[in-house]
Design a protein around this ligand. Sequence first.
Ligand SMILES: NC(=O)c1ccc[n+]([C@@H]2O[C@H](COP(=O)([O-])OP(=O)(O)OC[C@H]3O[C@@H](n4cnc5c(N)ncnc54)[C@H](O)[C@@H]3O)[C@@H](O)[C@H]2O)c1
Length: 257
Amino acid sequence: MRLANKIILITGSGSGIGKSSALLFAREGATVIVNDLDEAKGLETVNDIHASGGKGHFIHADVTNPESVLQMVNQIIEKYGQIDVLFNNAGISGVGALHEIEPDAWDRVIQVNIRGVYLPSKYVVPHMMERKSGNIINMSSCVAEIGLARRASYSATKGAVLALTKSMQVDYAEYNIRVNALLPGTILTPFVENFLKTSYDDPATALASIKKRQLSEELGSPEDVAQAALFLASDESKFMMGSPLYIDGGATFGKNA
Ligand SMILES: NC(=O)c1ccc[n+]([C@@H]2O[C@H](COP(=O)([O-])OP(=O)(O)OC[C@H]3O[C@@H](n4cnc5c(N)ncnc54)[C@H](O)[C@@H]3O)[C@@H](O)[C@H]2O)c1
């Protein structure tokens, strides 16, 4: 039990990487607070946790809305007294080169992917500071490091999350709070399936070309990222501070041809 007795909040854990992490963390002994904008999906994650004998609890909240996030954090503190790990996972994709993106679509990606990390952190950090103990995992992406076609808004947010992670780490180190970032490559989740369907006339050819981008020549699975998140959430990673952790099949540092 690598997460025994830990209270862990995972935003956007009704689907994909967040859901896999919630199930894995619960199997490792954590009580998982499942948050999502989509109530049905969030409740499904909690049902799956309970079905496998774990402890989980759903809270509906929009990570871009301060009142909603503050209420969620207060509810957790009231019920459990503490939050040991905050996993800022919720995020949305944004497609297009900069000139193709309309201002509203740009703003929405910035809101969810950056404000959605800022707000839960803002309200959770004071509780961690008070206890002089905490662990925050921010979801970035390998697009923070490499240029990828037609991902201007999305890569801007994931670069910001990586920079924010380092800045947060410096500010909160003295409170014994660790802050690290996950940088996945392309992981087959509903997020990517949707992106393929809506962005390409021929999703199968697009998928084949995305696979080639990674040295593995296969996409990652949500479990691959969940295992890396488990390491960051556990005390095994206690000497990792302000660091990016790549889970990308070689997409960032390798080249296929
Ligand atoms: N799938 C990939 O290839 C990949 C690669 C790198 C990084 N990421 C990042 O990993 C994270 C999870 O991605 P995924 O692929 O599992 O996506 P997903 O779409 O399967 O899951 C994201 C979840 O976040 C929820 N969500 C969206 N907006 C929200 C909001 N405002 N408040 C609360 N919940 C909200 C959605 O309802 C959804 O359940 C995202 O931050 C994404 O950018 C994904």
